[in-house]
Design a protein around this ligand. Sequence first.
Ligand code: ATP
Length: 333
Amino acid sequence: MNRVEVLQNQTGKPTAASGPRPIVVLGACFLDYIGYVEGMPKPGETRHSKQFAKGFGGKGANQAVMAGRLGAGVRMVSVVGNDGDGQAYQAELAKNGVACDTVFAVNGAASGLALIFVDRNTAQNEIVICPNATDALTVEFLRSKTQNYKQFLHGCKILVCQNEIPLATTLDVIKAAHEQGVYTIFNTAPAPSAEDAARITPYLQHVSLFCPNETEASILTGLDVKDAASAFEAVKKLQSQGVADVVITLGSQGYVIGAKGSAPQHFNSVRVKAVDTTGAGDCFVGAMTCFLNKGKSLSDACKLANICASVSVQRKGTQSSYPYPNELPPELS
Ligand code: ATP
């Protein structure tokens, strides 16, 4: 029997440090190093940044923190380095109500990093990821550490994965979870290579909800996804490949939902002045997952996630920009 330690997260709700959780996020914990620039550097060019920020990031952890901040029962499955960054990260997850006894510290490796430039003129970003310890998260490693995934799939209702850890592990866990009746969400971010896209396609039959942005949808379908009309075509193609539900996020153009058995529909984003869109997709996925777990329909969960993401793009940083329930309209808390 796992020891259950009761913590107080920042939502004010008590949360258990271990034991089964309905939402499991498998993915990366990266430290973000963010330089704010006016215009992106061209190849060979050096630019000065007048502002720097260090923050907690990694797509998986971002999504877990957003869901945890909204009070969902969330577990993170990941690895960090056995260094100060890794320990700080585990404490940060716990502070946000995320169970992290399946975040394993790897000796002799640095925690993963993301080097991010944000252009203050356009609010767009460029990112280089250094996975470091994250590369240790192989199928063999995770199966041996978690009794063949039992430690986190027991009691799990929704599994959320991205594309920042070894792909073989993501695909193996998605298949195992789906075969056990878990609703599997795959956010294929960052965009896979053509070779990885070919590895993903046979596993789409195990994906309950596929959630790419325009770029990722283009790579997976071979279509040029850039607006609602082209996203509709991508939804049809993904569903013909075995995916049940599809949500394609379109940045400031909002998102398209393709629920199984219904015609795809487009919804606009909330009109706001964006200052930093880094991590908006993760905010959307984490919030959507939380609301799905609360029993909302896919359409309502996306509507509420759209509001959360619109708050996050008006603030700098990734997790630091994600809202707490008391900053949201009453229907979201
Ligand atoms: P990232 O990789 O930085 O996490 P992404 O490309 O996966 O982002 P986007 O498609 O850019 O994700 O955005 C996700 C959601 O965030 C959108 O569907 C929308 O709800 C919201 N959003 C993004 N940009 C804006 C914006 N400029 N204004 C309002 N909402 C936005």
